[in-house]
Write a protein that binds this ligand. Sequence first.
Ligand code: G4P
Length: 537
Amino acid sequence: MYYMSLQNEIDRRRTFGIISHPDAGKTTLTEKLLLFGGAIQEAGAVKSNKIKKGATSDFMEIERQRGISVATSVLAFDYKGIKINILDTPGHKDFAEDTFRTLTAVDSVIVVIDVAKGVEEQTVKLVEVCRMRNIPMIVFINKLDREGKDAFELLDEIEQKLSLKVTPLSFPIGMGYDFKGIYNVWEKNVNLFSGDSRKNIEETIEIEHLDSTQLENLIGDSASITLREELELVHEVYPDFNQDEYLNGTLQPVFFGSALNNFGVRELLDCFIEIAPTPRPKESDTRLVLPNEDDFSGFVFKIHANMDPKHRDRLAFVKIVAGTFKRNTAYLHVRHNKRLKFSSPNAFFAEKKQIVDISYPGDIVGLHDTGNFKIGDTLTQGEVMNYRGVPSFSPEHFKYINNADPLKSKQLEKGIDQLMDEGVAQLFTLELNGRKAIGTVGALQFEVIQYRLEHEYGATCRYENINVFKACWVEPMDPKSTEFIDFKRVKAKFLAKDKRGQLVFFADSSFTLQMTQSKYPNVKLHSVSEFEKTKES
Ligand code: G4P
């Protein structure tokens, strides 16, 4: 019985993320999905977690956004008996690292693309990460109520720029001013567009056969002819949908619609719950872990500081990989080799948090933490193993960080330590002089750090410029080789240790980086670091 129910819970879960370039319609789509799930009652209920342009130095705005992003970190709802967990991914490029880490906790993604703008910069970066990990992707082309690019041109652009192999499962009938609706290849029916956004569910008309005159009656002669021609071309050019290929990440189904008008969204959701993967097995450093194993295990992919500076506890987001997570049960924190119990684990429902007694694979639990957790940590029932795959990326902006108030050096140290655990930035200690440098993905983080150090830890810091283009993790093929010893001597001024004690090389330009790599071919310089937890104390 127990096995049955765990397997049933696994089978009915879909945990995914929506990724897009800012403004493509991620928030709007999320909201419409929640509407279908009955999780919210009206449009406008999901607050955008976007950092608006120009908010760079508006700290209150950053704080407000931080509050919203806790609330929308995980949005869960039930739809047709399926438990859907949407993990929020910030679209702002300065927070790209957050998004990359969240992608380690999703089982699939939906990529939103603006019909007029096509494939944009952030889409390229995020899709690349998903492609490298073979995460199943569905593409949703949004804003069909507006004039945009031709459907074939877009499909082509997606294949070229994102290196994907696509197959349309719906196809637009006209566009913008002439937008008449959508032919649903998957369900073989036509949805007519009324342009009335108040209607939650549009009318769906079954078409028995594409050649039937029913089509002419619905959309007129010339649109019917065009649609038939286009669908024939689709059939000739694109492969048929194959679920295994989609699940392997080698074929991406495409849908068209308009999130704002709630058009094409139901089709997307209905197909999604049918084809999208249930919680997937995950590799640890010792073995592959299956979701239906008895013993619980999971990993931390995100840490969020409490909004209230008086209570310095944090919320660690744990993705459950296997077994059942139970309240008040002692689990092993592998890195600390310590048992921890959680009396009030939070689960997420729509925009609310709630204490839960039990959670299943695919679910996210929020655990209150006073400083035990770090991104990438593994929790198990007792087994000593670590999940892999929550990487650090080479930061793109660097500054020395100095203490501006000698009386508060303890506070500064603690503050920096905790903010780094949260993954806000990375700390490096220079080998030569012990100075501390901070590296971030976006320039905005420096201001966030300064502000939070002051408001949450009572510490003040000053930044000083440092000329670093990239920090690369150093991996000598042979640590005893003269080549490596030579490298360390010659580059001594540019070497640092990251927080885990791994050696890092600071390159001041891409030219230096190339030259160094070719001069020392057996000292590998990596721009991504997997968390090597086995090497930690
Ligand atoms: P994001 O989370 O990906 O950044 O995008 P978001 O949903 O906030 O949408 C960006 C803008 O695009 C919003 O307008 C939104 O209303 C609009 N939008 C979303 N889907 C559609 C669609 O299907 N058709 C059309 N025409 N517009 C769409 P905004 O004016 O920037 O924001 P707001 O003031 O409406 O919030």
